[in-house]
Design a protein around this ligand. Sequence first.
Ligand SMILES: C[S@@+](CC[C@H](N)C(=O)[O-])C[C@H]1O[C@@H](n2cnc3c(N)ncnc32)[C@H](O)[C@@H]1O
Length: 203
Amino acid sequence: MRQFIDLGSGLPTADNVHQVAQQHDPASRVVYVDTDPQVLVHGRALLEENEGTRIVPVDVREPERIRTHPDTRKLIEFDRPVAVIFSAILHHVNDDEDPAAIVRYWRDHVPSGSYFFISHFRSGNNPETAEAEKVLQETFGRGRWRSDEEIAALLDGLELLDPGIVPAPLWRPDAVDSPFTGDGGRELTVWERLIAAGLARKP
Ligand SMILES: C[S@@+](CC[C@H](N)C(=O)[O-])C[C@H]1O[C@@H](n2cnc3c(N)ncnc32)[C@H](O)[C@@H]1O
């Protein structure tokens, strides 16, 4: 993948998407999308490092405005595969705002061979996580945690790659030196099971 749209990109951190992608190919292009004023200030200072990255200040619930934004049009060629990243963003979108329609919009506007990454707070594990869910929803005044099945349903029409929607540390745990697999692998803690991750491909 050489072009990425990172929706709800958040505060810059170590190994931001363009830094990882451009290590592999300096020509990789990344559009970061967020609306939080703090994120935008830090993003403009730290993420717009070169001509291959821009931060687009548009609400993720308005995908058409994101896709047609001049910076997006400059960086992303929509006739070539795109990686669309929904990392810890769709749990901020209420059911009545139709998060599946947001994913569907991008699915319908990128070509075959595009990839969709999702990570999302998981609901219904146990009383401790139900408490965390309640606190977060009260803090933000919005959003919804979802079951793995509901998260998978957001990727309708896409081919969900192995191992499916799973707790994030179990997504390809063999790719890193994982403490959760093999002989002596330990159980995930409640907190390690809090976020699900998955990757899908547009057929
Ligand atoms: C939990 S952070 C995730 C950051 C990063 N993607 C990650 O995985 O670490 C969610 C981000 O989404 C942004 N956000 C929340 N609702 C949004 C919306 N409707 N439109 C655009 N950005 C939004 C917030 O400002 C925040 O930076």
